[in-house]
Design a protein around this ligand. Structure first.
Ligand code: AR6
Length: 168
């Protein structure tokens, strides 16, 4: 598994799957979620609504998959990061679950290249250095890593980019 670091807008990447930092409603929001739905168009939202009707949204730490509408990637994997408050251990575990469950879903769908945003580090206020450590360690320790060819960490802001550059 190749690990790559990019400072970019994740909606512009031509990879098998981009990951969305969604919320439990799956109905869109601000940040990267807003950008993905805006650029991807209504096909993504329609599939999210179907998933909601079937299973009632997506729990924190879990992941669901849709096609990518008008985006250059083939799929969007929507995962829900934890809101940072209080229980650090519980929130850290949930953030690691986001990365693991997204990778497992990727493997189930034959995805070879996947791009992650810095889940929970925007509106959900997870400390950026701690989140980056969890992201990198979880990906490095992933037990089925031979099934994925490339993981791209996509940073949007300078602070995250600097943190990841140091870690990687
Ligand atoms: N490409 C890549 N990264 C981006 C982009 C982009 N186009 N836009 C923002 N980021 P956030 P969260 C980065 O707030 O903290 C939504 O309303 C951003 O700099 O998008 O998990 C959802 O619906 C930050 O580092 O997600 C939820 O309600 C990272 O993406 C809530 O926000 C994550 O920031 C989720 O909050």
């Amino acid at each position: 598994m190749i690990l790559e670091l990019l400072k970019a807008d994740i909606t512009e990447l031509n990879v098998d799957a981009i990951v969305n930092a969604a919320n439990t409603s799956l109905l869109g929001g601000g940040g990267v979620d807003g950008a993905i739905h805006r650029k991807g168009g209504k096909a993504i939202l329609e599939e999210c609504v179907q998933i909601r009707n079937k299973q009632g949204g997506c729990k924190t730490g879990e992941a669901v998959i849709t096609t990518a509408g008008n985006l250059p990637s083939k799929y969007v994997i929507h995962t829900v990061g934890p809101v940072w408050n209080g229980d650090k251990e519980e929130k850290s575990k949930l953030l690691a679950d986001c990365y693991k469950n997204s990778l497992n879903l990727a493997i189930q769908n034959g995805i070879k290249s996947i791009a992650f945003p810095n889940i929970s580090t925007g509106i959900y206020h997870f400390p950026k250095d701690k989140a980056a450590e969890i992201a990198v360690n979880t990906i490095k320790d992933f037990d089925k890593s031979e099934k994925i060819e490339k993981v791209i960490f996509v940073c949007f802001d300078d602070e995250n980019y600097k943190i990841y550059k140091k870690l990687l």
